[in-house]
Ligand binder design. Structure first.
Ligand code: GAP
Length: 488
């Protein structure tokens, strides 16, 4: 059996350093690679083979993930029956569970278990003055160039050369394009009524700073967290759900004493890296990217991205910024309200803010990438989504061995009805058991239960583990306890 996980494949290549093995593997694992004639590939050095093979493998992996997401109901293109709409995605029956699990794990670990962090749910549309004070109306821009022939638009900083990459046409000069979506409040579409869909959730936190402080009377350091939709009229899209025009953000604004900001920045960087490791993302697929001083956002003293090795390369998963007192000071100045914090000694100060900020869709894509495995045996390929059980959309699937045996169906239904009060449980009675196992493996269900004829005698069921494929007999009255331990 070949375990075709990225980790195993790359380790395998690096260990072997043997071109003939590489060629065999190339043919076995990269059908797309066949387009390169063997004679041509034989002339290449091992490094080129590995690099090209890796790129091919990753492109193939991305295609497989996209196809799995569509086929099994994780992600659908939005408004698909009308041809879709670029940068917008709908999450299907399994996708919504996956996203909800990511959000609730973030909320549990970032808010609920932390005494000093509270939550907030602010509106998507704020008074437009918020975006003036935050600097977004002026500075939330990307450099844009348009092709004069085909009218495709590109991010100027991502273009190579002076010609349109699509048709070779001439490009316009660079202009700054504001990424905020505009909307109008009330019945008249006038400039005076113009508002924006929020491009980040944190401004809702800053404008509610005094409200929250008054209600909870915290000591520094303390945090306010929010999960909610963000909207950005991105110029370039692609890479599936990585860069969207509508997405969900999870942001924590952690208010600290000025002078302690650097210490807390390091603390949060470590915490957030560990959060991903705990979810099962391997260390070698995560790294930090320190933003150069001269490229920092207008509000930031320091920014470090946690990058993930997506199938298309290393890219930002989460951003960590030291926003200093920029936002509170600007909102205070702009609104005329005193947004200083009064400490234990009665001294008033503007706290500094450390901000871990991440998009739910990026975490979902990272987890799908990380978890996707193909295991080949002589007969067929088993596709497994090795998701952390906490995040897996369905926790347990229940099967009667045979769907046409009422006694088995009745017992399986009883178990299903009982477990569904505690976990997200699926029911499946189609096809043979092997097919049902494979079907659940592909969507990441950690455990399957089969009710067979023996169950009716010994009151035990077969519990099969997704990763090891091991099966064990568990008493029906011990099932809840068993899963509670396994899924904790
Ligand atoms: N409040 C800080 C802020 O908005 P950002 O780096 O622009 O910082 C934070 O965005 C995170 O939001 C990113 O690290 C990424 O995970 C996610 N994100 C940003 N733009 C996105 C987009 N167009 N589609 C999906 N996720 C996005």
């Amino acid at each position: 059996m070949i375990n075709a996980s990225i980790e195993n494949m790359i380790d395998f290549f690096c260990d072997k350093r043997n071109r003939s093995t590489w060629h065999k593997l190339r043919i076995a694992n990269f059908p797309r690679f066949v387009k390169y004639p063997t004679s041509q590939v034989s002339g290449w050095g091992l490094t080129s083979c590995l690099q090209i093979g890796y790129i091919e493998y990753m492109a193939d992996l991305m295609e497989k993930i996209v196809s799995l997401c569509k086929r099994r109901g994780f992600v659908f293109p939005s408004s698909e029956i009308y041809g879709g709409i670029g940068g917008f995605w709908d999450f299907g029956p399994l996708g919504v569970e996956l996203k909800n699990n990511i959000k609730s794990w973030w909320w549990q670990t970032m808010v609920q278990i932390r005494e000093e962090v509270v939550g907030l749910d602010s509106t998507i549309i704020h008074n437009p003055k918020v975006w003036q004070a935050s600097g977004h109306t002026l500075s939330f821009t990307d450099p844009l160039r348009e092709c004069k022939s085909c009218h495709q638009r590109f991010r100027a900083d991502q273009l190579k050369g002076e010609k349109c990459p699509e048709c070779g046409g001439k490009l316009t000069e660079v202009k700054q394009f504001n990424l905020m979506f505009e909307t109008f409040i009330g019945s008249a579409k006038e400039t005076a009524n113009k508002a924006y869909l929020r491009p980040e959730t944190c401004q809702g936190i800053f404008v509610n700073f005094a409200n929250v402080v008054d209600t909870i009377q915290p000591k520094l350091p303390f945090g306010i967290a929010q999960i909610g939709k963000g909207f950005r009229n991105e110029i370039t899209l692609g890479n599936f759900i990585f860069r969207d025009r509508e997405f969900e953000m999870m942001e924590l604004e952690y208010f600290v004493k000025p002078g302690e900001d650097e210490k807390w920045f390091d603390y949060w960087l470590k915490e957030r890296l560990n959060w991903y490791l705990d979810l099962g993302i391997s260390k070698k697929n995560l790294r930090f990217f320190e933003h150069p001083k001269k490229a920092l956002a207008h509000y930031s003293k320091r920014t470090v991205d946690i990058e993930y090795q997506f199938p298309f390369g290393w890219a930002e998963l989460e951003g960590m910024a030291n926003r200093t007192d920029f936002d509170l000071k600007n909102h205070a100045k702009s609104s005329g309200k005193d947004l200083r914090f009064q400490d234990e000694k009665g001294e008033k100060l503007y706290p500094y803010v450390i901000e871990p900020s991440v998009g739910v869709e990026r975490i979902a894509l990272a987890l799908l990438t990380e978890g996707y495995r193909e295991e080949k045996d002589k007969k067929e390929t088993r596709v497994v989504l090795a998701l952390n059980p906490k995040i897996a959309p369905v926790k347990v699937a229940v099967f009667p061995l045979l769907p046409n045996k009422p006694a088995l169906v009745k017992k399986a239904r009883e178990i299903y009805d009982d477990l569904k009060n505690c976990f997200n449980v699926a029911w499946d009675d189609r096809g043979n058991i092997g097919k049902r196992y494979y079907s659940q493996d592909e969507t990441g269900t950690p455990f399957c239960i089969t009710v067979d004829f023996e169950t009716l005698e010994d009151k035990k069921v077969t519990v099969r583990d997704r990763d090891s494929m091991k099966q064990e007999r568990i008493a029906i009255d011990k099932l809840k306890e068993f899963f509670q331990t396994k899924l904790a």
